[in-house]
Ligand binder design. Structure first.
Ligand code: ATP
Ligand code: MG
Length: 260
């Protein structure tokens, strides 16, 4: 991780039909970091990720990607730098797993640069990274929810982005594959923003951005950010650190605060 900014978003807001969904978001992503995005349901995580991916135009504010204003960049230029795996990602039913991952190479293909060995290699490597190589000829529609999720992540990986945006990527995954995806993101040479509900997973990120009702509540390293005051204020839960007697990572115990 270093101090070069890959994405710099200042004063971001998005409103629909007169309702402000997110506002006053400033975030500068450092190259190579993994940023966890947490907040209650409806707090604006998916909306912010779609804005960062260039899929939603902010109602106000500016975003620069590698120093260039995003609104002046061509779709293909953005797609070579940023990819989003959305919360409810879907894919055309009648294609194979490998076909789905090959779609990730689309932004790199031109008349002068048609499909080649490097594209094949990127697809194979991406399938291996999510442990889906053995299923590469299977039809998409026959996959389980977790297998589909892993293929979506492979498609994003094959796109070779510099900024990887993942909206609840561990949804549907068994515990082994949840940890495998988080470890994979850490090993890829990318900057990543991951919307998460599992606070234990958030603890593994370099920094955390906490949203509540569309506003930034906190931003910083997990240990300083996820305080019991913040957990009470944002999630209405009492949170207590429980040290692992075996010396591993601490766990957090949660208790819902009943509204009076
Ligand atoms: N096109 C839209 N029209 C109306 N309301 C919208 C639209 N898009 C998003 N919203 C609202 O904006 C709020 C934020 O939605 P968003 O999907 O960003 O939340 P989230 O933090 O990702 O929630 P979750 O944890 O449930 O995925 C929600 O209240 C949602 O209903
Ligand atoms: Mg969401």
């Amino acid at each position: 991780m270093n101090d070069i900014s890959i994405l710099d978003a200042q004063g971001i807001a998005w409103a629909v039909k007169g309702h402000t969904i997110i506002s006053d978001i400033d975030i500068c992503l450092r190259e190579g970091e993994t940023l966890g995005l947490i907040g209650p349901n409806g707090s604006g995580k998916s909306t912010l990720l779609r804005i960062m991916a260039g899929l939603l135009k902010p109602t106000s504010g500016n975003i620069c990607l590698k120093g260039q204003p995003m609104q002046r960049m061509a779709r293909r230029q953005i797609a070579r730098l940023v990819t989003l795996v959305s919360q409810q990602a879907e894919t055309e039913d009648r294609i194979t797993v490998r076909d789905a991952v090959e779609l990730g190479r689309t932004p790199w293909l031109t008349a002068l640069n048609p499909w080649g060995a490097n594209d094949e290699a990127a697809v194979t490597q991406a399938l291996q990274a999510v442990n889906m190589e053995a299923m590469s000829t299977r039809e998409w529609s026959t996959l389980s929810g977790g297998e589909r999720q892993r293929v979506h992540i492979a498609r994003a990986h094959a796109q070779s982005p510099e900024l990887l945006l993942l909206d609840e990527p561990t949804n549907h995954l068994d515990i082994h594959h949840q940890l495998a995806i988080l470890d994979l993101v850490k090993t890829l040479p990318v900057t990543a923003v991951i919307a998460l509900h599992d606070i234990h997973h958030a603890l593994r990120c370099d920094r955390i951005l906490v949203l509540k009702a569309g506003k930034k509540v906190a931003l910083g390293p997990p240990a300083n950010t996820l305080t019991s005051d913040l957990m009470r204020h944002v999630f209405s839960v009492d949170a207590r650190m429980v040290p692992d007697p075996a010396g591993g990572a601490s766990l957090i115990s949660f208790q819902r605060i009943h509204s009076t």
